[in-house]
Design a protein around this ligand. Structure first.
Ligand code: ADP
Ligand code: MG
Length: 362
């Protein structure tokens, strides 16, 4: 879904590369932390994924497209499939909450009817019902970030990129935002979150890719920040402790909610095993760490533009096969689902249901 192949990024006028030989692959449905001290290259990675910049050497492929060969005029369409949120929220200050979320849809030509339905649903998903008419300055920082997340999701992207989304928030609010991102990921959206904060990463037990001076020094499937001795500790120790404790409580809460979904989890694990065996039998691959075999991804209806030939298996081109279960490289955390909420997830493309409004390719 996102692949970096030996990526080096050297900015003009700098002696040291910002990224050096970075190599990783993120599978559909994963939640990945991109960690490292300030200046280690996290934002540079995210900019390459969004095609806001291009690598000096190496290759970046996203959603089945080699970004080198993506024509400039196609970049706006490509970006519709990727939501992004930032540390500073980046809301339009003179627009209401509703208008902020609706703006992207209006710019991209969605119908009024669709906007009237999709915006309240996105706001409900992030817990901001009833605040549609507020202005950004009438909201707390956490609420502003929720608006930004709703805006990022309203286009039903397959990938959500978050660059230090909790960087401007207090520990308790940060935990709320992390829970929200975990819930969005549990709905099927791939999440890549850059952060220099150790507390959350330790507790979330998700895959961690660590950068140090532009080099990848760690790729751990089950998270944990690892050796934190080189990471600057910006907050006082007791605050960090409170944040970690709060994060743990949050994670335990999500786990409690999902305990009775162990059957679903087991079935998904079995399905993944079967896919791995089938893929291994079809095309034996050299060992890679971490080893994950991605099943061919079927085309979605209403495709906006054709995928790059080189990126697609011929078999996946035509047959309208059923979408396979999401492959995961970490324990699957599913939120408690109620029927109303499921409707919201469907409308936002967070479920496995395809739709005709947005048709990313893989
Ligand atoms: P992080 O997000 O981890 O803090 P960045 O990706 O922003 O790291 O930066 C990585 C390195 O690249 C830093 O040394 C930074 O100064 C440098 N850098 C980032 N953007 C630019 C740019 N546009 N021009 C020159 N140097 C840059
Ligand atoms: Mg950054």
């Amino acid at each position: 879904m996102i692949r970096f192949e030996n990526v080096t990024k050297r900015y003009r006028g700098t002696s040291k590369p910002a990224l050096s030989g970075v190599d990783f692959e993120v599978q559909r449905g994963e939640f990945v932390f991109l960690v490292g001290a300030s200046g280690s290259g996290k934002s540079s990675c995210l900019r390459l994924i969004l095609r806001e910049d291009v690598p000096t050497s190496g290759r970046v492929a996203v959603l089945g497209r080699d970004l080198r060969s993506l024509a400039n005029r196609k970049v706006p369409y490509f970006r519709r499939h990727i939501g992004s949120v930032f540390q500073d929220f980046r809301l339009l200050p003179s627009k209401t909450v509703h208008q902020n979320v609706a703006f992207t849809l209006q710019v991209t030509g969605s119908s009024r009817g669709f906007i009237q339905q999709a915006v309240p649903e996105a706001l409900a998903l992030v817990g901001l019902e009833g605040k549609e008419k507020r202005m950004p300055h009438e909201l707390s920082g956490g609420e502003q970030q929720r608006v930004a997340i709703a805006r990022a999701l309203v286009n039903r992207p397959q990938v959500l990129l978050a660059d230090e989304p909790t960087g401007n928030l207090d520990p308790a609010t940060s935990v709320d935002i992390m829970q929200l991102l975990a819930r969005i990921n549990a709905g099927g959206t791939t999440v890549l979150m850059a952060t220099h904060e150790a507390g959350f990463v330790d507790q979330m037990r998700r895959r961690v890719i660590e950068l140090r001076d532009g080099e990848m020094v760690r790729d751990e499937v089950h998270g944990g920040y690892g050796d934190t001795s080189n990471i600057p500790r910006l907050a006082p120790e007791e605050v960090r402790g409170a944040a970690a404790a709060a994060a743990l409580t949050a994670v335990q809460e999500v786990q409690r909610q999902t305990a009775d979904l162990s059957v679903v989890r087991a079935a998904l694990a079995e399905e993944l095993d079967a896919q791995r065996r089938a893929a291994a039998a079809a095309a034996p691959q050299p060992e890679r760490e971490p080893q994950v075999v991605e099943p061919p991804e079927p085309p979605r209806r209403g495709v906006v533009e054709p995928p790059d030939e080189a990126e697609r298996a011929p078999a996946a081109e035509k047959a309208p096969v059923e979408r396979p279960a999401t492959p995961r490289t970490h324990p699957i955390v599913l939120p408690e689902v109620d029927v109303a909420e499921l409707g919201v997830a469907d409308r936002l493309g967070l479920s496995d249901q395809d739709d005709e409004e947005v048709g990313p390719t893989s």
